[in-house]
Write a new protein. Structure first.
Length: 70
């Protein structure tokens, strides 16, 4: 995506936040300038979002438990 951004003439690309070490070291290698912006938020567009976001992890845990019993 960063490559496409450059092709499109964009001057900035948001790598999505920094923490200490690890991936942040990689991110900071792209530029010496660090810009801090407000975080990202999710706005559900469907009333089923809550069911999906809670139901999917539950289904995954249940499937793992079933697999372990075999």
């Amino acid at each position: 995506m960063a490559k496409k951004s450059k092709e499109w003439g964009l001057k900035r690309y948001d790598f999505g936040g920094l923490v200490v070490g690890g991936v942040s070291t990689f991110k900071q290698g792209w530029s010496s300038e660090v810009s801090v912006f407000a975080g990202t938020f999710e706005k559900p567009l469907s009333p089923l979002y809550s069911l999906w976001s809670k139901g999917l992890p539950f289904a995954k845990r249940t499937a793992q438990k079933i697999r372990r019993k075999k």
